[in-house]
Design a binder for this molecule. Structure first.
Ligand code: PLP
Length: 406
């Protein structure tokens, strides 16, 4: 547990947390889907609309320059947050999904018939479907790393999937269902030994732990602002400069060009080559405020608070008869998926909502994982910095109460 964070004070930054649902105090445990937004971030959005709105990178006028500075300041904040070498390696996208699509489409452009991609069975659909779409143009194949009973990737099996035709490895840093924190550094080392670049889906890691892309030595890293106390509509793709430079652009339009004529168009330098059209400059600017907010709390303190909540929730749930927890790796992030007896996940989710508890139910955009577990879906509770021990206790009591109804 964090000894430093004053959680009740932090909660005051999030007005939505004082809402009532069905006459009960809201207990928001769907943070893996999206986190709530602190007042300072909403105010940053307001301020942009009221006082600073102008299109970026185009105007000579003061407002346009101020807006440009805010977007570029945000890029520098992101660079620092993940310890990238240069702002040229930070590309703003609409989210993790678009970031992965960008890599699949642009890096995948160089793949040939017969090439192979390695994914894992625990991937979010956002890290499966973009690679499958490549099959429209190329005969590539996808190989899948399996998991063990605890929900950890089997590293021996992973290593055996490499062949001379392997062109790419893409996997999630943290499973959005099992909570497993994958051994990124070790997996990157193995891939690099085979000369294969690695994309890591960081959507569930970036909000919960310190990220150092240089230490991990990942080639691409993707994450979303809305899962880390920031506004919706903004994501980040980090890519090593050398790889980004060699890739063709993603979309065409303004911002991404050097010079345009009908005979020949040249493209802008990094990172603008991959940012066609007017970006979501309001939300990008406000994302900087969210990163500042995380920094003010300290990501390591956030991590240890959430770890404590996960431990409490796990202990509490384990005492309920018929409880099955999916994902029991020793190294887990603050996500807990479960089923109780024969109770349908949807029924449990609906009844928990009536008790004020917001959880997610279903396949969590990870249907291949559900298939491998032999289930259709789970109930998932996921924690953020503003969740409290009391909320966890109330959540466990609510699950108990619903379980007793069946
Ligand atoms: C949420 C999530 C995504 C998709 O993020 P978007 O913000 O919807 O683009 C991808 N991968 C994982 C692991 C996720 O949790």
């Amino acid at each position: 547990m964090s000894k430093i964070l004053d959680i009740n004070k932090i909660r005051e930054d999030f007005p939505i947390l004082s809402r009532e649902i069905m006459g009960r105090k809201l207990i928001y445990l769907d943070n893996s889907a999206t986190s709530q937004t602190p007042r300072c971030v909403v105010e940053a959005i307001d301020n942009m609309y009221y006082n600073k709105k102008a299109n970026v990178h185009r105007g000579v006028h003061t407002l346009s320059q101020e807006a440009t500075d805010m977007v570029e300041n945000s890029r520098e904040m992101v660079r620092k947050y993940i310890n990238a070498e240069s702002i040229e390696e930070i590309i703003f996208t609409r989210g993790t999904t678009e970031a992965i699509n960008l890599v699949a489409s642009c890096f995948g452009d160089s793949f040939c018939n017969g090439d192979e991609i390695i994914l894992t069975v625990m991937e979010h659909h956002a890290n499966i479907v973009p690679w499958q779409l490549l099959k429209r143009h190329k005969r590539i194949s996808i190989k899948v790393v399996p998991i063990n009973d605890r929900g950890e990737l089997i590293i021996d099996a992973y290593e055996k999937l490499f062949t001379d035709n392997t062109r790419m490895v893409a996997f999630t840093h943290v499973s959005n269902v099992l909570g497993t924190v994958n051994p990124v550094k070790q997996m990157v080392e193995i891939a690099h030994r085979h000369g294969v670049p690695v994309l890591v889906d960081g959507a569930q890691a970036a909000p919960h732990q310190a990220i150092d892309v240089r230490d991990l030595d990942v080639d691409f890293y993707a994450f979303s602002s809305h899962k880390m106390y920031g506004p919706s509509g903004v994501g980040v793709l980090y890519g090593k400069k050398k790889l980004l430079q060699a890739m063709p652009p993603y979309q065409g339009g303004g911002e991404m060009i050097g010079h345009v004529s009908f005979e020949k168009t040249t493209f802008a330098e990094l990172p603008f080559k991959f940012e066609a059209g007017t970006p979501d400059f309001v939300d990008i600017a406000a994302f900087a405020t969210a990163l500042d907010y995380i920094k003010s709390l300290d990501i390591r303190e956030i991590e240890s608070h959430e770890e404590h909540l996960l431990e409490l929730a796990t202990k509490g749930l384990e005492e309920i008869p018929g409880m099955r927890i999916f994902g029991t790796a020793p190294h887990k992030s603050s996500v807990i998926s479960f089923l109780v007896g024969n109770i349908h996940h949807y029924d449990m989710g609906m009844l928990l909502d009536k008790l004020g508890v917001a959880v997610r139910t279903g396949h969590h955009c990870a249907q291949p994982l559900m298939t491998s577990l032999g289930i259709e879906g789970t109930i998932r509770a996921s924690f953020a910095v503003y969740n409290t021990e009391e909320e966890v206790a109330q959540f466990v009591a609510a699950v108990k109460r619903v379980a007793a109804m069946f």
